[in-house]
Design a binder for this molecule. Structure first.
Ligand code: PEP
Length: 247
């Protein structure tokens, strides 16, 4: 299976710095094509110029969210067909920041994933426990519960990527131990056998404070098929070092 490294720029970037970063990454990818698949997920305002900057580079484009409906009277939202039209191949859904800031439930994430897949996108569905949930020993139960609620039926390796992102690890500089990551990823893999087709081929990403110094170690964990990178994707050097560590 081809590993996947996704950079989630979140609500960061203006045309000048975002497009320059995309151009720089595209030049590096052309000079030395990465073994892993690399996806850039800029804010919606930069989708079009980033798509242009990475054309013919082998890098892929992803959105950070989409609406549950494909189109309609939803001011300020973005529909999955619009992402597809802008050149996206992927869309991140159910990120803990969306769940927190916009009260997104598992049912909402599931509806978004169904709409995204119907539009021809691959959904990167995020799950992960809070610090309190981990402290209470419920991590695996919480993650499986989120997964069951967030996945529409019959997704497969072409339409689904799962990202395990412990909420407490995002942007904190803290990561779970490799044993903890291995345990949760194995549990996700087992759950996928009930929830998706081609379960063994569905990529499961780890996300949360991934840096060049820990990327290789995390990628060596069983059932870690790639990385979702937030802060580390805002620096070309750092993101390229992470992506290269995955090759
Ligand atoms: C994220 O928010 O998806 C993420 C992984 O963030 P960070 O790498 O900054 O922890």
């Amino acid at each position: 299976m081809r590993k996947l490294v996704a950079g989630n720029w979140k609500m960061n970037g203006l045309a000048a710095d975002g497009v320059a970063r995309a151009r720089d990454l595209a030049a590096r990818a052309k000079a030395k094509p990465p073994v892993s698949e690399i996806v850039l997920c800029p804010p919606a305002t930069l989708l079009a110029p980033v798509a242009q900057a990475i054309a013919d580079s082998g890098l892929a484009l992803g959105g950070q969210d989409c609406h549950t409906e494909a189109a309609g009277a939803h001011t300020g939202d973005i529909g999955a067909p619009m992402l597809k039209d802008a050149g996206c191949v992927y869309v991140i859904l159910g990120h803990s920041e969306r769940r927190r800031d916009h009260q997104e439930t598992d049912a909402v994430v599931r509806a978004k994933a169904a709409t995204a897949v119907a539009a021809g996108l691959c959904a990167i569905v995020c799950v992960g426990e809070t610090a309190a949930e981990r402290a209470s020993g419920r991590t695996e139960a919480i993650v499986v519960h989120q997964l069951r609620g967030s996945l529409p039926p019959k997704l497969n390796a072409a339409t689904l990527v799962v990202a395990y992102e412990p909420v407490w690890a995002i942007g904190s500089g803290r990561t779970p131990t490799v044993d903890d990551v291995a345990a949760v990823h194995a549990r996700i893999r087992a759950a996928l056998h009930d929830l998706a087709t081609q379960a063994d081929a569905v990529r499961i990403l780890y996300g949360g404070s991934v840096k060049p110094v820990n990327a290789r170690e995390l990628m060596a964990v069983a059932n870690v098929d790639g990385l979702l990178v937030g802060g580390g994707s805002l620096s070309t050097e750092e993101f390229w070092a992470i992506a290269s560590a995955c090759d």
